[in-house]
Design a binder for this molecule. Structure first.
Ligand code: GLN
Length: 388
């Protein structure tokens, strides 16, 4: 047989999603893949069922149903301070995942570089490879996940086409401050670079943190692609409805890629998503309150059994250092730690090296997510007691 594509030899399937399969096979507690195990809001479940019954079962407008694009535009103005025209500046995609790869495909030429903060959400690695971009990584340092301004400035050069920013950040929980975003904006303007922001956790913030959209920093509106989705905010990760907001010329390119990749995101879920986007403020306050309490609970449990970690400022993940438990589990690295932890306790995590470009990094880290119901979190507490 002839050789399969060379490019697909260079990355593996997602470790995050593999850990879910391993967890399911073991009947464990899935603190690996970031999706809620509690019910989605009844109102939007009803809206999705109604949309199916109302006949919204054929292809959508390829770049998004008009009703949803209008709702996205209103929400972007209200929450993010982004002004965008629903007719020309929005592409609805199969989750934020498709928005990211479609955006990269729309802007990258051979030889282009992209800047990615590390550790980073696993998908950005293969996304970069599939789009043909050469990545440059800028380290986020523990304990507060700050970066060095010098290292950031050094990462930019004539070949830099885009920087990817995920705020609030997966896996670190970092929330980029306005000052940091202004510094990034100045570099983007200096080097005439695009910015792709993944803001999927924008409503999951703690300790009075504020979400700032990079697109609202002066000079960034026409060079930023703002990606989002209903997945995390409305606890419907399986609906696969996300979007990219960008000025008209960029959007035209993203729409072309999207059209040939997937044609459209599921039609009935787009209609239900439009309803979710008009939820009142109380909904977001309730969501944050649950995650704030779950964050503290899991943090305390992890500290109690011997992990070292810090409280995330946003999103719903905790990166935990395993050093003091490596001997308890007789684990040689992050993968063996994660596997042995499932065997011993039933608790599934993501091996830390999945969030780094080099497999020798993150070796003593694992990622836990806490977007789970109390019943699960209490069971996890009990299960992790086996470590002490
Ligand atoms: N964002 C989620 C995580 O990091 C997973 C998303 C996905 O699997 N598509 O766990």
């Amino acid at each position: 047989m002839k050789e399969l594509s060379k490019i697909t030899e260079t990355f593996t399937e997602s470790v995050i999603r593999e850990m879910t399969r391993i967890c399911d096979a073991a009947g464990g507690y899935n603190l690996s893949q970031g999706f809620p195990d509690f019910e989605s809001p009844q109102e939007i479940k009803n809206a999705a069922i109604a949309a199916i019954n109302d006949g919204w079962n054929q292809y959508p407008v390829t770049y998004g149903e008009s009703e949803l694009r209008k709702a996205i535009s209103k929400k972007a103005a209200r929450y993010n301070g982004i002004t965008c025209n629903p007719e020309t500046d929005i592409t609805v995609t199969c989750g934020a995942t498709e928005s990211m790869i479609a955006t990269l495909k729309a802007i990258i030429n051979p030889g282009d570089e992209i800047i990615v903060f590390e550790p980073y959400y696993e998908n950005y690695g293969p996304d970069g490879i599939l789009s043909g971009a050469t990545p440059r990584y800028v380290t986020l340092y523990t304990p507060d996940w700050s970066y060095s301004s010098e290292e950031l400035a050094q990462a930019f050069n004539e070949k830099t086409k885009a920087i990817i920013i995920n705020t609030p950040n997966n896996p670190t929980g970092k929330v980029f401050t306005r000052k940091e975003l202004e510094e990034i904006a100045a570099l983007c303007i200096q080097w005439d670079t695009y910015a792709i922001t993944d803001e999927i956790y924008e409503h999951i913030l703690y300790d009075d943190m504020q979400h700032t959209s990079l697109a609202t920093i002066p000079g960034m509106g026409n060079r930023t692609i703002t990606i989002n989705s209903v997945s995390k905010t409305y606890s419907v990760t399986g609906w696969r409805v996300g979007w990219a907001i960008a000025e008209k010329a960029i959007t035209q390119r993203i729409r072309k890629v999207h059209d040939f990749l997937t044609v459209g995101a599921p039609t009935p879920f787009q209609h239900a998503a439009a309803i979710a986007l008009s939820f009142p403020d109380e909904y977001y306050i309730g969501l944050q309150a649950h995650y704030r309490d779950a964050r503290k609970f899991l943090f305390d449990v992890l500290q109690k059994v011997g992990f070292q970690c810090s409280l995330p400022k946003g999103a719903y993940y905790i990166i935990a250092d395993t050093k003091s438990l490596i001997h308890t589990l007789d684990a040689r690295d992050d993968f063996s730690f994660s596997h042995k932890l499932i065997e011993l306790t039933g608790v599934a995590t993501v091996p830390g090296s999945s969030f780094y470009s080099k497999s020798n990094k993150g070796k003593t880290q694992v990622r836990f997510c806490f977007c789970k119901k109390w019943e699960t979190l209490y069971a996890v507490e009990k299960a992790l007691d086996k470590l002490v």
